[in-house]
Design a protein around this ligand. Structure first.
Ligand SMILES: Nc1ncnc2c1ncn2[C@@H]1O[C@H](COP(=O)(O)OP(=O)(O)O)[C@@H](O)[C@H]1O
Ligand SMILES: [Mg+2]
Length: 139
């Protein structure tokens, strides 16, 4: 279940922690890539599907929001099989702000963004490489 999962950047409330049974984790070095307005980033990824990435990501996000009272956003980067809308029980399309930015939808204190909000879950979609890259930049 956990063999392909890893976490990068686990700094919560100024301390390094090991969450759950994660096998691999590392703390990002200062001066690395950053996102404006975002203090800390936890990436949950693996080289294969069905290993529990979404389950792990949702549980970390909700725990950080509710237990640690942190301001948390959850970006679902799974273009091919987004399950975050279902797991977070969110089914509304995001509103668009005046400056044409999608406003994340929120549940359990976590603001979420997923391609699953934009496409019909039963509709077939063909994604090509450049479209996937563009989509992630847009989110
Ligand atoms: N810790 C766990 N133990 C057992 N089953 C799990 C665990 N975490 C997730 N699962 C189950 O494994 C399946 C795949 O989980 P999911 O989070 O969707 O994986 P991924 O996002 O990596 O594709 C789901 O049916 C989920 O309920
Ligand atoms: Mg998933």
């Amino acid at each position: 279940m956990q063999s392909n999962c890893f976490f990068s950047m686990l700094r919560v409330a100024s301390s390094s922690v090991l969450l759950g049974g994660a096998r691999y984790y590392s703390t990002a070095t200062k001066g690395g890539p950053s996102i404006a307005g975002v203090g800390d980033i936890i990436a949950v990824a693996s080289g294969k599907g069905g290993v529990g990435k979404s389950t792990t990501a949702v549980n970390i996000a909700v725990a950080l929001a509710q237990k640690f009272k942190l301001k948390v956003g959850l970006l679902d980067a799974d273009i091919y099989g987004p399950s975050i809308p279902t797991m977070m029980n969110l089914h509304a399309k995001p509103e668009v702000s005046e400056d044409m930015k999608m406003i994340p939808v929120e549940n359990h204190g976590v603001r979420c963004m997923s391609i699953g909000f934009l496409v019909d879950k039963d509709a077939p979609i063909v994604w090509r490489g450049p479209m996937v890259c563009f989509c992630m930049c847009f989110c």
